[in-house]
Design a protein around this ligand. Structure first.
Ligand code: NAD
Length: 275
């Protein structure tokens, strides 16, 4: 969605703050909603993106005033190094990082986890979806002499078994643990580190999961709010965590999923037969 169509609150909560958004692929990306919200509150942004996404990412970024674009393949040390060097040259120091990156082979995001998971894809999923946050946090923290805030994006499949989410659930569990360990290490430097556990949202990543559409539909049907998770809601939580409003919160996993994660049984079963 275009930034103006999202009806994001404008203000100055991020005025004077500079940071990096990693993971915009197109206008459906969660990172895009977050970036648009941060820009609407006065943040100065750099985007890192995968080379093949350049045609989509640049016009989006430019529409909200982004001037720094860095191609970045997170599995490649030289590419990460070059991206953070560009960011340092452009901004000197930074105040925040948004990490919204994940990947696993589509053909392992279906069916039996125990039967379908290969060593190669297990390690690759962990590398891209969990280690990349550790690597980005280390590089970014050296550009944060005045403290700062970092967020990553996770999903309920880290805590509970979600059909077909498989190795991504394991990678998200690692990502959430990484969030706590990074928070502990960087806390003394005044850097807060948190994760947002978003409900299912229609994006490129979700399309790679077998039954992704039913994750969205079930989320809407079961959640206390009876609605889809709004990218704007995730962006609002990101704004809280990345601005000074989020002071004193670190090492946390905040659910933004219309309340889906609190439900043990769907309503239809409440009156359905004998206990
Ligand atoms: P998306 O496809 O728009 O974003 C995923 C991003 O990861 C893309 O920009 C892609 O280019 C990037 N990426 C993948 N491999 C990479 C690599 N090797 N190097 C650099 N970048 C790489 O989808 P999204 O749903 O917006 O995903 C963003 C984050 O939100 C992911 O961590 C995802 O797991 C998480 N999340 C998504 C949902 C959902 O339902 N869509 C729910 C909870 C959490």
């Amino acid at each position: 969605m275009a930034a103006e169509e999202m009806n994001l609150p404008k203000g100055e909560l991020m005025k004077g703050k500079k940071g990096v958004v990693m993971g915009v692929a197109n206008h459906n990306s969660i990172a895009w909603a977050i970036a648009a919200q941060l820009a609407a509150q006065g943040a100065e942004l750099a985007f890192t993106y995968m080379d093949m996404m350049e045609k989509r990412v640049k016009p989006l970024g430019e529409s909200i005033g982004v001037k720094v674009f860095c191609p970045c393949e997170v599995t490649d040390d030289a590419s990460m190094e070059a991206a953070f060097k560009t960011i340092e040259e452009a901004f000197g120091t930074i105040d925040f990082v948004v990490h919204a990156i994940a990947f696993s082979e589509k053909n392992e995001l279906k069916g039996s986890f125990v039967e379908n998971t290969t060593r190669e894809n297990f390690l690759r999923s962990m590398d891209i979806s969990a280690f990349s946050f550790v690597d980005a946090a280390r590089r970014a923290s050296s550009l944060m002499p005045n403290g700062g805030s970092m967020i990553t994006l996770t999903y309920l499949g880290a805590e509970r078994v979600i059909p077909n989410y498989n190795v991504m659930g394991v990678a998200k569990a690692a990502l959430e643990a990484c969030t706590r360990y990074i928070a502990r290490d960087l806390g003394p430097k005044g850097i807060r580190v948190n994760a947002i556990s978003a409900g299912a949202i229609r994006t490129l990543s979700l399309a790679g999961i077998s039954g992704g559409r039913s994750m969205v539909n079930q989320g809407r049907a079961w959640s206390p709010l009876r609605e889809d998770t709004a990218p704007e809601g995730v962006a609002g939580c990101a704004l809280w965590l990345l601005s000074d409003l989020g002071r004193s919160t670190t090492g946390e996993v905040v659910h933004v999923d219309a309340g889906f994660h609190i439900v043990g049984l769907p309503d239809e079963l409440e009156s359905g037969g004998a206990a």
